[in-house]
Design a protein around this ligand. Sequence first.
Ligand code: AP5
Ligand code: ZN
Length: 218
Amino acid sequence: MRLILLGAPGAGKGTQAAFICKQFGIPQISTGDMLRAAVKAGTPLGQQADAVMKSGGLVSDDLIIALVKERIDQPDCAAGFLFDGFPRTIPQADAMKAAGVKLDYVLEIDVPFDAIIERMSGRRSHPASGRTYHVKFNPPKVEGKDDETGEPLVQRDDDREETVKKRLDVYSAQTRPLVDYYSQWAATGDAKAPRYRRIEGMGSVDDITRRALAALSS
Ligand code: AP5
Ligand code: ZN
């Protein structure tokens, strides 16, 4: 299984990716998680990405495309993978097409923007694993601690309200066009086109997982 999870910031891509990846036994390729790890490690990529991410903008296509191409060449991607937060611009999608990366599905998680602001302000993350919680909607078993490791949870630098608004604007301008890009490609009947599925992203985390798995078997 090779798929793209598409959706606005805070739509629940990271949350659902964990369940989908477990179900299909595939790695989650989150460009956001990879960039945050690079920032933390202070690598040259991290140094370039840090300020852009804090402002809510997008890291350059060239850097991201190189990062993803290197990642999907790893042996654990041979049987498939899930892209979370990639592609996020038309040039990134075109680069995958040009490289002949065959995808089975594009799954869009649809959540209205007003719900997103509330989700982001309560998000807490475990950076080492990418596990994500919400203080109200999806709380950890022990407040402030990761369920599996007991390590402390952190709040992301880009989850301040003004930055969230900027990220939603960037999504509308640069990423939302991928909805038409992939749905129109699927509608042509081209055998190379991934199947396009959209699910409603409001409801409990379990409900959305059920919708996602049903969509990926249709
Ligand atoms: P990235 O990490 O990809 O951030 P994003 O797309 O903005 O998405 P988020 O991680 O914020 O949201 P999500 O959809 O994963 O939601 P989550 O499951 O956490 O990118 C960060 C930055 O890196 C970008 O701004 C950019 O600078 C850079 N970058 C990354 N990829 C790039 C690329 N390809 N090109 C260029 N730049 C790139 O859920 C959110 C919250 O809601 C959580 O608290 C969760 O617990 C809660 N929640 C989840 N489901 C539900 C539910 N059903 N009900 C209630 N609450 C829920
Ligand atoms: Zn995420």
